[in-house]
Design a protein around this ligand. Structure first.
Ligand code: FEO
Ligand code: CA
Ligand code: CA
Length: 593
């Protein structure tokens, strides 16, 4: 088995006990049976320590048992010796320079260690998403004034694949590699799966598919590739024709005349929704994209069988038969939780020259109030959908519309998924200030602070599941472990859960990386690291030996040098830059211990 933590798990863990629900139907009993004893002994960052050390949010704070190093801030050359951007507010990179540099908006991320089993913890390829950079931060203007400005913005979005190595002093550096590369909003892309080649993805202009953007969370496959998830793609489109009226589908995906103000559509016709030559360009976004971190020449592939929505992240579980289940959230208020199950065991599919991500069944979740749930099929085999769509391609391009029809449960913004002990899937639900009607799976009205839910399938392919709420974040208010707005999530092979937050935290705290012991009786948040003013902490990935963890600091200061200059020393002038933070324990121990 290849791929980071999953690979490590096979080396460290006894066989997983089978899941057993306790009499009350809670999933918690099964967890505590899996591993005994406390997994966390580090000194958490206290509220008082944070207040004393954060300098008003100008610098991060870390547990006294840990240390951190900054790696690959926005503008770092992808290859050593390339052009660099250092945060000078008077000299931004050109678009051509940005094509050769680490992008902005660091989010989902995965480390692929060297070696046949990906098991090196000292050298490998780091894949990092570049979700977004607001115009004032990235181009230094409120709106682009030229195609060059748009090209700079587009070149800073997408993803980076960058080789990193740990030196003899324990510090990580960027190293040269032919496989290091930038993938941007203009990189040629391939499509696969049922919607590939369909009219829904073709334009009258005949332009080849290019680009990925709004790359939020991520996942890895058991075969050692990286999955990047296109989330708020609607933000980059707009229209210039005042008479243009969006379709029902376009409205459901949230397109509007000015998007989120990036202004790409003002200079690049591809992003003008009202331009009939590019009428289907928007359908080319909202997918999960597979990237091979070890083949810089291989086109990224958009896997249409996984559905089109505002993909946050993906977590894959491998069943005993070798079939895979992919768990995915759609991050919008009142949107849904999804599962894709491969038709074939993944190794068999690969022997036959097919991708396990191209053939299978997509489902959406209904959470019943009694702790049970159903995976509702999203295909034309489902009688509810047979007449609503003319083809599987049409259905997949309009996944949200199909999910509306079958009666999925509207959730409180599903963000990341990760697979913990006993194959339980943890789903972060970040918040939903618009909720007025509660249900058992989304009980807070409004849900200001978010919660974490977990699901358990009896088998990879099962259509029924059990679920319970792991933690309601508002219950931590008034305690030392207070946190809100859970977003990125990473379960380790031992029973720890890392959660990174995105939202206004209580008690003067900045966004935080917290650790839970899933084997403990009750969830207790342990604060490992806090970011800087106006940032969010995003994707995390761990080395195979679990002694290094990387976490991303996104939009520090919202780009305002008066708020913070991180990662540069505080000078009030240098533009703060999104970056990766490498965290290790001072005694060299397992991260989170
Ligand atoms: Fe890009 Fe849902 O966070
Ligand atoms: Ca997120
Ligand atoms: Ca978020």
């Amino acid at each position: 088995m290849r791929g980071g933590l999953a690979a490590a798990a096979t080396g460290f863990l006894a066989p997983k006990p089978s899941l057993a629900l306790d009499a009350a139907g809670s999933l918690a009993g099964a967890v505590t049976q899996a591993v005994g004893g406390p997994l966390i002994s580090f000194a958490p960052v206290t509220i008082a320590q944070h207040a004393a050390q954060s300098d008003g949010g100008k610098v991060p704070v870390i547990s006294s048992d840990y240390q951190y190093q900054v790696l690959i801030p926005w503008g770092t050359p992808i290859q050593p010796g390339g052009p660099a951007y250092n945060g000078n507010p008077d000299k931004r990179p050109t678009a051509a320079e940005q094509e050769l540099q680490v992008g902005i908006g660091h989010d989902g991320m995965a480390f692929f260690g060297d070696g046949d089993d990906d098991l090196s913890s000292t050298a490998g390829m780091l894949c990092v998403n570049h979700e977004f950079g607001r115009n004032t931060h990235l181009i230094g203007k409120t709106a682009p004034e030229s195609l060059e400005d748009v090209r700079l913005s587009q070149a800073a979005h997408g993803a980076s694949v960058v080789r990193i190595e740990r030196d003899s002093d324990g510090a990580w550096q960027v190293a040269a590699s032919p496989d290091s590369r930038r993938i941007t909003a203009n990189t040629p892309m391939a499509f696969s799966g049922p919607a590939a080649g369909s009219a829904f993805l073709e334009n009258a202009a005949g332009n080849e598919p290019r680009g990925t953007m709004a790359n939020c969370g991520s996942g890895t496959t058991p075969w050692g590739t990286y999955l990047t998830c296109e989330e708020n793609f609607n933000d980059y489109f707009g229209w210039t024709d005042p008479d243009f009226v969006p379709s029902k589908s376009q409205a459901r995906y949230g397109f509007d005349a000015d998007g989120a103000g990036y202004g790409w559509h003002s200079f690049d016709e591809r992003f003008d929704l009202g331009n009939p030559d590019y009428a289907n360009e928007h359908n080319r976004f909202g997918w999960i994209v597979e990237i091979d971190p070890r083949d810089g020449a291989r086109k990224p592939v958009k896997r249409t069988a996984l559905g089109r929505f505002k993909h946050e992240a993906i977590a894959i579980n491998v069943g005993p038969s070798g079939r895979i289940a992919c768990y995915m959230g759609d991050d919008q208020v009142f949107d849904y939780c999804y599962k894709f199950v491969s038709r074939l065991p993944y190794k068999l599919a690969q022997r036959l020259g097919r991708s396990p991500l191209d053939e299978g069944t997509l489902y959406v979740a209904r959470f019943n109030d009694d702790g049970t749930g159903r995976w509702l099929e999203l295909s034309r085999r489902n009688p509810l959908l047979r007449d609503a769509f003319g083809s599987e391609a049409e259905l997949l391009v309009n996944t949200r519309l199909a999910a509306d029809i079958v009666g999925a449960t509207p959730m409180d913004r599903p963000e990341w998924t990760t697979i913990g002990q006993n194959n339980m899937v943890y789903w972060t639900l970040t918040n939903n200030v618009e909720r007025t009607e509660p249900n058992a799976a989304n009980p807070e009205t409004p849900n200001n602070d978010g919660h974490i839910i977990r699901t358990s399938d009896s088998a990879v392919s099962s259509r029924s599941f059990r679920w319970d709420i792991y933690l309601i974040a508002s219950s931590t208010r008034g305690t030392e472990g207070v946190f809100s707005d859970p977003d990125a999530a990473l379960a380790d092979p031992f029973g720890r859960l890392f959660v990174a937050t995105d939202g206004g935290q209580q008690d003067g705290l900045q966004n935080q990386l917290i650790v839970f012991d899933l084997t403990a009786e009750k969830p207790t948040p342990n604060r490992l690291f806090t970011g800087v003013a106006h940032d969010e902490l995003t994707g995390c990935t761990a080395s195979p030996d679990c002694r290094t963890i990387w976490v991303n600091v996104q939009h520090p200061g919202s780009g305002d040098p008066a708020a913070t200059n991180f990662p540069a020393p505080t000078d009030g002038l240098t533009v703060p830059r999104d970056c990766t933070v490498v965290i290790t324990k001072k005694d060299g121990g397992i991260i989170g211990s």
